[in-house]
Design a protein around this ligand. Structure first.
Ligand code: NDP
Length: 383
């Protein structure tokens, strides 16, 4: 089989010869009891950079020993890209949401052999799921592999916006000691009302991490959490985002991108927020209306916007979110820490081992199978 794998570029100074730390903690289970990926073996050392082209998700030896061919490239966009050239005779495509190989309907039509699309990470919205359903392509992602990684990033971004961390850090870099300039936009999180759109794996982990900050916690989701969880965390449930946001000082978006959530945060929803709300979006850029976010920051409706998701990715140099006021943006990195990479690389290998052996892929990894939404896809997505 031919496996086409799209990964982000190596660091500009080349593949790292060593790392800041010698090991990463061993995690055996996720908070809901799901076990971490358990392939028969791995050919990498956890903590290595696996998500870039030279890292190859640690797959080359495994695939080549079994007689498969592996093509790894970062060149993914446009008709002349290596991805377009290699796609027509590929059986499996692997891609990461951070550097997504957009599997559009048109591209799927040009890939008659394609049977399996694996997301090395979570969030398969870069695949046209309806087209995958129609063509009976299996789509799988490595559920939970980086949910906690993202939750930690969300907490970091909430604190950095509310406390005005990044502009204050800039003053230090510039040789300043401008305390008043730093603190004129700095507040404590304590006592604020924080709401999450979706309380799935990431959203719930964010709520749990914020509990000790003595904030009011709110959520909306298609399904309610168990009453004991609501009680333990002191959660207030709202039927939808429109009902929740007027109560919040901080809103964090943690739902998948699908037709129901696309452009959910538009001018009308933003107008329902308190003046000076902070909005954090590490889910998917298109859940927000790009220009409405810029307008809300300029008008003061939003006091800050932070996130790591953009459209398209990579974001063009002139993307307005790079230069809008009071932003705390990063490239799409929250789910690709070295810790997360070890898990999703092992998860990709587990999925491939199952696929080659004709064993079922774990239900929790499935998004599309057998011509319909399946597993996690059936509960979290719509086509
Ligand atoms: P989960 O599937 O665990 O949670 C998603 C939650 O969203 C579910 O509870 C689901 O509801 C809920 N949901 C779906 N549609 C709606 C809606 N219209 N309104 C309210 N809630 C809704 O996924 P994760 O928490 O692990 O990940 C969430 C998303 O975060 C991913 O889909 C991905 O887009 C993004 N992500 C970003 C990463 C990054 O690096 N920045 C990395 C990993 C994920 P229910 O199941 O109850 O129907």
């Amino acid at each position: 089989m031919k496996i086409l794998c799209v990964l982000y570029d190596d660091p500009i100074n080349g593949y790292p010869p060593s790392y800041a730390r010698d090991s990463i903690p061993v995690i055996r289970k996720y908070p809901d009891g799901q076990t971490v990926p358990n392939p028969e073996r791995i050919d990498f050392r956890p903590g290595e950079l696996l998500g870039c082209v030279s890292g190859e998700l640690g797959l080359r030896r495994f695939l080549e020993e079994r007689g498969h061919s592996l093509v790894v490239t970062s060149d993914k966009d446009g008709p002349d890209s290596r991805f377009e050239q290699e796609l027509p005779d590929s059986d499996v495509v692997i891609s990461q949401p951070f550097w997504p190989a957009y599997l559009t309907r048109e591209r799927i039509a040009r890939a008659p052999k394609l049977k399996l699309a694996i997301t090395a990470g979570i969030g398969s919205d870069h695949v046209d799921l309806r087209a995958a359903v129609e063509r009976n392509i299996t789509v799988a992602e490595v559920t939970f592999s980086n949910s906690i990684s993202v939750a930690e990033h969300v907490v970091m971004m909430i604190l950095s916006l509310v406390r005005n961390y990044l502009p204050s850090h800039d003053w230090v870099r510039r040789g300043g000691w401008n305390i008043a300039d730093c603190v004129e936009r700095a507040y404590d999180l304590e006592g604020m009302q924080v709401g999450t759109v979706a309380a799935g794996r990431i959203g719930l982990a964010v709520l749990r991490r914020l509990k000790p900050f003595e904030v009011g916690l709110h959520y909306t989701d298609r399904h309610r959490l168990p009453p004991q969880v609501e009680e333990e965390l002191g959660l207030t449930f709202h039927p939808d985002a429109a009902a929740m946001v007027p109560h919040c000082d901080v809103v964090t978006i943690n739902c998948p991108l699908h037709p129901e959530t696309e452009h959910l945060f538009d001018d009308a929803l933003l107008a329902r927020m308190k003046r000076g709300t902070y909005l954090i979006n590490t889910a998917r850029a298109k859940i927000c209306d790009r220009d409405a976010i810029v307008r809300a920051l300029e008008s003061g409706r939003l006091a800050g916007y932070a996130g790591d998701v953009w459209f398209p990715q990579p974001a063009p140099k002139d993307h307005p979110w790079r230069t809008m006021p009071h932003e705390g943006m990063t490239p799409h990195i929250s789910g690709s820490t070295l810790s997360a990479q070890a898990r999703y690389a092992a998860g990709v290998r587990e999925i491939l081992e199952c696929w080659f052996a004709g064993r079922p892929i774990r239900k929790e990894y499935l998004v599309v199978e057998g011509g319909k939404l399946a597993g996690v896809g059936a509960s979290s997505y719509s086509v």
